[in-house]
Design a protein around this ligand. Structure first.
Ligand SMILES: NC(=O)c1ccc[n+]([C@@H]2O[C@H](COP(=O)([O-])OP(=O)(O)OC[C@H]3O[C@@H](n4cnc5c(N)ncnc54)[C@H](O)[C@@H]3O)[C@@H](O)[C@H]2O)c1
Length: 293
């Protein structure tokens, strides 16, 4: 999609981080923005900030774990702006897991899979029929993660598993849309190349009451990118981060050429992807060292 002017872009999880940056980047290119999120305070803020820039936007409560909530968001986009041209299935959480995989509370798995996997499935089920019925060029973008989508970080299995599923679903969606000859493009967005400075590490702020485990914050004790930086500094490492605005720019540049992979890497992350592929091809038993961690 070369021109975003007057296009309607729906962004789940658009009140914070990558989604918020996408909203501004698209709005500044003339798109009309529909945000669905569950964080009331952040929604109020993004709504006011978009209005202050003169960007046409509507911000609605939408819980991606609930298909009816996404159907309602689709209806809002259609009634307020008359259609949908871009969908960003972006909402996601980090479960903040720590310790052994066999000890994680079931509620951590449920929360993460509900938002990260079912959120994407529900977004596809709610919006694909709308895009197909419109019959116009459209773009469906799913936010995955290199952690799970491309390589397997050894210490965050819940999040990693969720993003492995997300990538599989995204690539399948792409194949099916292609096979169906639909005027819709699909892209896989991998925020990065470094850890993106967003609210992901403080996801507990939007954790539903019913899935709380009694742990205050993340089991890791790391509740922000600043916490991560401090921990890295204790090991003498200066941790690099990426601003979410950079992710949004990378994404939109990719969308302008209909790229499937919205992926910016570093030589280090490329080496990890290559090492994993080579381990599979040569049937080498994985070790964290061989994987580049
Ligand atoms: N931050 C990173 O380094 C990084 C790296 C790779 C992938 N990602 C992915 O980027 C996406 C955006 O996350 P972010 O990093 O901007 O974090 P963020 O916490 O800043 O933003 C996520 C947004 O999703 C919303 N959300 C959470 N649960 C929801 C629900 N049930 N329904 C609707 N909205 C919900 C939150 O309120 C928040 O506004 C996620 O899918 C995340 O997994 C982030």
């Amino acid at each position: 999609m070369k021109d975003f002017t007057a296009k309607v872009a729906v962004i789940t999880g658009g009140a914070s981080g990558v989604g918020r940056s996408l909203a501004f980047a698209l709005g500044r290119r003339g798109a009309k923005i529909v945000i669905g999120d569950v964080d009331a305070a952040a929604m109020e803020l993004v709504s006011a900030d978009l209005a202050a820039e003169g960007i046409a936007a509507t911000v609605s409560h939408c819980d991606v774990t609930d298909i009816e909530s996404l159907n309602a968001l689709a209806a809002t986009a259609q009634s307020v702006f008359g259609g949908v041209h871009l969908v960003f299935a972006n909402a996601g959480i980090g479960a903040g897991e720590a310790g052994a995989i066999w000890d994680y509370p079931e509620k951590d798995w449920q929360w993460c899979f509900n938002v990260n996997i079912w959120g994407v499935i529900n977004s596809i089920r709610a919006f694909m029929p709308v895009l197909i019925a419109q019959g116009e060029p459209a773009h469906f973008v799913v936010t995955g993660s290199g952690n799970g989508g491309l390589v397997i970080y050894p210490d965050q299995p819940i999040y990693t598993a969720s993003k492995a599923a997300v990538h599989t679903i995204t690539e399948n969606l792409h194949y099916q849309v292609q096979a169906g000859g639909l005027p819709i493009k699909v892209s896989a967005l991998f925020p990065g190349p470094h850890v993106v400075d967003t609210g992901l590490f403080n996801s507990g702020r939007v954790r539903p009451e019913s899935l709380k485990t009694g742990v205050d914050g993340n089991a890791t004790g790391i509740n922000s990118v600043d916490d991560m930086k401090k921990m890295a500094a204790e090991y003498g490492i200066e941790m690099q981060t990426t601003h979410p605005d950079e992710v949004a720019e990378m994404a939109l540049q990719g969308l302008e050429t209909d790229a499937f992979w919205l992926l910016k890497t570093t030589p280090e992350t490329d080496a990890m992807i290559q090492a994993r592929t080579e381990m599979i091809m040569s049937r080498t038993t994985p070790t964290t060292e061989r994987s580049g961690f």
